[in-house]
Design a protein around this ligand. Structure first.
Ligand code: AMP
Ligand code: GLY
Length: 425
């Protein structure tokens, strides 16, 4: 079978790494890929949002299955276009990807189907939004309706900060059309977790639990990022809570989408806030998490390809996934200055030494090849992922890797996975 993976970050490296191990697979391409992916697949120089270019390539190469990593092509309708051309593709349609692409759509769906989430109101008028904020008080959360590269959410600790956020989104228009509407939402306290299920639009296949670390600095300080590290399993999701999440959140979401006439197939990422043994939805994403995909896929024992195919064809037959009996921890190494501006092009040392360590894998995200060297080329550069018999051992393994790797300005958190240890211990 010939597979095309769309994207070029750490998540796509993990997908390619797992897909390439399947005995069903004869050839893997990745568009655009990165130098780490290039060691496992043939990278093709087509951008992840160049739908026409990707479609032409898939038709020309007779690709059997296309797997979409990032949200941008999904919200642009890559799945609809590939299906219309008779191709098999893993991911939600454009209408279903609104679960991630429009906060207003997802909040309305949750309200309609009784799915637990923060109380909210939608506003297309700046003054009405501001009046509502003044009435509610702080803390309060302001969200641009559309996709804003992970930057469209402000958790405001004061009314002034919330009003300033509304003005930035709606008046200054920093996110363009994505900010024509805002969602103003109740602040939820608790611990966040990432919950993933594969689905063909009807059947649900949950993955192991995982947790991300969104803030740039240790102790969850500083600005939000795409994610600075992740681990699996996450003890905050107890077996009892796992069952409740499926029953009260995942099942009604998948059934609700089908009833709305836009069945959701692919991987559904539910961002949760957990407090007092109860989970509420923070947001949905229409894709795998990055970096959660890295530790999850390293732990996954089952062949992923039949699952991806089943979801893509609307006939997933698997009812359970098999997992390695090990924990996994991914520490993201980022460029100095990220999530603000940063310098690119520094040679990365230590990758070969790290590659020799057992139970360690270094996924590439923002890297590029230059003059025979690997250099940093993005904010999040590497996902250094370790396996161990416990989270503690997996943490030690991942940091054994980060200690070997360096470039000028490289930064990473020293406390990835500690939350799991605190909970266990
Ligand atoms: P989102 O893009 O909706 O996931 O928001 C980004 C981050 O903002 C989340 O991961 C949370 O840390 C935080 N956040 C979003 N909504 C809320 C909320 N209602 N209460 C507290 N924190 C939130
Ligand atoms: N790890 C957060 C995300 O993928 O959005």
């Amino acid at each position: 079978m010939k597979i095309l993976v769309v994207g070029g970050g750490g998540r796509e490296h993990a997908l390619v790494w797992k897909i390439a191990q399947s005995p069903l697979v004869a050839k893997v391409w990745c568009a655009p890929g990165n130098p780490g992916i290039a060691q496992l697949a043939e990278c093709v120089d087509i951008a992840a949002d160049d739908l026409g270019g990707l479609l032409a390539f898939a038709l020309e190469q007779d690709v059997d299955l296309t797997v979409v990593g990032p949200e941008a092509p999904l919200t642009l309708g890559i799945v609809d276009r590939f299906r219309a051309a008779g191709l098999t593709i893993f991911g939600p349609t454009q209408a279903a990807a609104r679960l991630e692409g429009s906060k207003g759509f997802s909040k309305d769906l949750m309200a309609k189907y009784g799915i637990p989430t923060a109380a909210y109101r939608r506003f297309a008028d700046r003054d009405e939004a501001v009046a509502y904020i003044r009435n509610q008080g702080a803390p309060i959360v302001v969200k641009a309706d559309g996709l804003a590269a992970g930057k469209g959410v402000v958790v405001a600790t004061s009314v002034e900060q919330a009003v300033a956020a509304v003005d930035e989104i709606m008046v200054a228009g920093v996110f363009g059309a994505a900010g024509a509407e805002v969602v103003i939402e109740e602040f939820m306290d608790g611990e966040e977790a990432s919950f993933f299920v594969f689905t063909d639009g009807k059947n649900i296949l949950p993955l192991a639990s995982a947790q991300d670390h969104k803030r740039i600095f240790d102790g969850d300080q500083g600005p939000n990022t795409g994610g600075m590290g992740a681990y699996s399993p996450a003890p905050v999701v107890t077996p009892e809570l796992h069952r409740k999440i499926i029953e009260s959140i995942v099942r009604p979401t998948i059934d609700g989408m089908a009833r709305e006439g836009c069945p959701y197939a692919g991987i559904l990422y539910v961002g949760l806030m957990i407090a007092k043994g109860k989970a509420r939805v923070v947001e949905y994403n229409a894709r795998f998490g990055d970096p959660e995909a890295q530790p999850l896929l390293m732990r996954l024992k089952s062949d992923i390809v039949p699952v991806l195919l089943g979801c893509a064809r609307g006939e997933m037959r698997q009812s359970e996934l098999e997992w390695h009996d090990k924990a996994a921890v991914c520490v993201v190494m980022a460029s100095g200055g990220y999530p603000g501006s940063y310098e690119k092009g520094f040679a990365i040392s230590g990758l070969e030494e790290a590659a020799k360590i057992e139970d360690l894998f270094v996924f590439h995200a923002g890297t590029a090849a230059k003059d025979g060297q690997i250099v940093n080329s993005g904010g999040r550069v590497l996902g250094v992922t370790g396996l161990g018999r416990s989270v503690a051992e997996a943490i030690a393994k991942a940091y054994e890797g980060t200690a070997l790797i360096s470039w000028p300005g490289a930064q990473y958190r020293r406390d990835i996975g500690q939350k799991a240890l605190n909970r266990n211990g």
